[in-house]
Design a binder for this molecule. Structure first.
Ligand SMILES: C[C@@](CO)(OP(=O)(O)O)[C@H](O)COP(=O)(O)OP(=O)(O)OC[C@H]1O[C@@H](n2ccc(N)nc2=O)[C@H](O)[C@@H]1O
Ligand SMILES: Nc1ncnc2c1ncn2[C@@H]1O[C@H](COP(=O)(O)OP(=O)(O)O)[C@@H](O)[C@H]1O
Length: 316
């Protein structure tokens, strides 16, 4: 990664990191280490966080924006953990002030914490002028969380393993989304636990792992065609029943989005954000307006994808 002179002038660097939606999320049985193998197709969305880093005498963290009060402003913040991990890699102290402008919903299934970690990694690599490759950054990212490598990568990718092993997916055109943000978040581990519980109660028999972890070829072909009408019926999420079980009101939200004219709606990752794929930008604006009036969400946003991976915006 080559440093630019921008960061040198002011001593601070800003990185922009995208949110994500899982267009397909197949979840295997629980592994012995507590994780689940996944086959997922991520799409990065234009809804983003901006992460600014500047040299300081200590590691400090500040969070601004609508979601600031729901995020820990201490060493447990994923951006702070990313700073410590990168400083360890570089053999230097993590003396840096991190300032997060947060618009990605917290505990919303849109990988906001992962975005902040990716933002801190990219911004600090630039601030400290580190000679670190994207692959090395991705390795540090994977240790911070399963979704962090995708936040670095962006665009559209097939994720396997815990979700950290990525392969670029060919995607044509722009997809227009409406996001219904819920009033209460959902904890990712709790949603995976609920899926395990539901699966035991459903069948009592062994899960067909090959079927659960089948690559979604039809979806990938639809993405290459660039037609949202082809993509919409193929949206799939194994975690959706678990999220609905923990937050039953999401059923109403999903129905309301489709009734408002979306092509299809899905719980984003572990939820509770509901993501609605629309035919075009105008349709997304119309669906968002109608959904806002339906009173089924804390707030409603439009977003487009695929968005680029985490990147430096310039000096601050
Ligand atoms: C569900 C997904 C779908 O993309 O995203 P979100 O909806 O939370 O954003 C991801 O799997 C979340 O990834 P991330 O939030 O990075 O999870 P991690 O920090 O690695 O793990 C948190 C916890 O989630 C569970 N976990 C996570 C990933 C995975 N493949 N299997 C799991 O069982 C484990 O209980 C783990 O302790
Ligand atoms: N920078 C951060 N932004 C958001 N949440 C964070 C951050 N650092 C730590 N967290 C913690 O991680 C949890 C999951 O956050 P988040 O990534 O927003 O959700 P999800 O895993 O559903 O995508 C939050 O409840 C919060 O306590």
């Amino acid at each position: 990664m080559s440093p630019t002179s921008l960061s040198v002038v002011s001593g601070s660097v800003i990185a922009r990191a995208p949110s994500k939606v899982n267009l397909h999320l197949g979840v295997g049985p629980r592994r012995d280490d507590g994780y689940h193998d996944l086959v997922t197709v991520f799409q990065a969305l234009s809804l983003h966080d901006d992460i600014r880093v500047a040299r300081a005498s200590d590691l400090t963290i500040a969070v601004r924006g609508e979601w600031a009060n729901s995020v820990p402003a201490d060493s447990s913040n994923l951006a702070a953990r990313a700073a410590v991990a990168l400083a360890d890699w570089a053999g230097r102290p993590a003396k840096v002030a991190i300032d997060i402008a947060k618009t990605i919903p917290v505990a919303g299934g849109m990988a906001g914490g992962s975005a902040d970690a990716a933002g801190a990694l990219v911004a600090l690599a630039q601030l400290w002028k580190l000679d670190i490759s994207r692959d090395e950054l991705a390795e540090i990212a994977a240790d911070l969380g399963s979704d962090v490598p995708f936040a670095l990568h962006g665009n559209t990718a097939l994720g396997t393993g815990r979700g950290e092993q990525l392969m670029q997916v060919l995607s044509r055109g722009e997809y227009h989304w409406v996001l219904a943000l819920a009033r209460e978040g959902l904890s990712t581990p709790a949603v995976y636990r609920e899926l395990d519980r539901l699966r035991e109660s459903w069948s009592g028999q062994d899960l067909d792992e090959d079927e659960l972890l089948r690559r979604p070829d039809e979806l990938m072909q639809a993405l290459a065609s660039g037609d949202p009408h082809a993509v919409a019926p193929l949206l799939y999420n194994d975690l959706q029943p678990a999220a609905l079980s923990l937050q039953p009101s999401l059923r109403r939200t999903l129905r309301a989005g489709v009734d408002a004219g979306a092509l299809n709606g899905i719980v984003s990752g572990s939820g509770p954000t509901c993501a609605f794929l629309c035919a075009d930008e105008q349709s997304a604006v119309n669906v968002a307006a109608e959904l806002s009036g339906a009173g089924v969400a804390r707030s409603v946003r439009t977003a487009s994808g695929p968005a680029p991976g985490t990147r430096v915006l310039g000096d601050g």
